[in-house]
Structures are given as structure tokens and as C-alpha cells.
Design a protein around this ligand. Sequence first.
Ligand SMILES: [Fe+2]
Length: 184
Amino acid sequence: MVRRKVLKFALVAAVALPAAGVTELPAIAGGQPALDDGAIIAIYNQVNSFDIETALLGQVMGHSPDVRALGKMVSSDHTGVRKAAHELAEKIGAELTLPPARMEAAKAHYAAVAALRELSGADFDAAYLKHEIAFHEAAIEAVKTVLVPAASHGELKAHFEAVLPHFQRHLDETRRVAGELGVE
Ligand SMILES: [Fe+2]
């Protein structure tokens, strides 16, 4: 039971922080977060990396074949997206600088990973699927409401608009697998 409580706490923190870490940054006049494109892409890469790492856990530790297949798709897609973001940063000359506030998100993520690694079988599948649903809901919201409005380069905005349907597809597929396995 203690283990489950730790996992629940870590998952909630990891999900809440990607957006919170952004909005806690110093604001400029007008209340907009002071994020330049280099910081936006660095945050975006960090969140993609979080999802790659948890998806690889799903791919390797998943009990259900559907969970393993989901993990494989998500890890592969986000690896491609992270590569595209790096290439875009080079193209538009954005210097990647991760805001120090994002350390808290990293801590929460690694707590969630450690908690997931303690589980196995159907318990792992349930915890993993819940994590992925909450994570994608928060990530999609953060991209739409924080990163897209803050992005100054047109190609960066276009990148986000292009990947959002794929993130939504991950969320939809994760919800489908959760439904099939009776995970609520
Ligand atoms: Fe995803």
C-alpha cells in the first residue's frame, strides 16, 4: 500500500509539473511567460524525453501485448519528434536553454519511473496506462495553452500544430487500451 501511495504521489507531481514549471517562470508585462524559442524547445524536448522513457518501460515491462505495442509506438513517435525539434532548433538558430524551474519536473518524473519499476503484471499495466493518460492530457494542454502562444518563430508554431494530432492519437489509443483492460 505504501508503494502505491508513493506511485500515486509521484504520478500526480510529474503530470502537474510540466505545465506548472512553465507558468512559474518570471512573467513579462502583460502576464505572458518570458519564454524564448530556445527555452520552449528545451522544455518540449524534456517532456518528449520523459514520455520516451516511460514508453520504453511500457514496451519492456508491459504485461499485456497491447501495452507493449502502445509503449513501442509512443517511444518511437516521440523519439522522431524530439529529433525533429532538435533539427528545427538548429535551423532557426535557437539556443536550447532549459529553465532551472524544470528541475522539479525532472525529479517528479524520475520518482514516477522509479515507482513504475517496482510494479509488475497487471499492476504495472494499470499504473502505466493511468500515467500515460494523465501525462498526455497535461502535455497536450501545455503545448496548446503555453508553448504555442509563446512561440515566436512561425516554423515552431507550425511544428506544434503538426504534432498535436499525433499526441491526441496517443491519448486516444491509451484510453482504448485502458478500456479494454478495465483500467479506470
Ligand atoms: Fe505521446
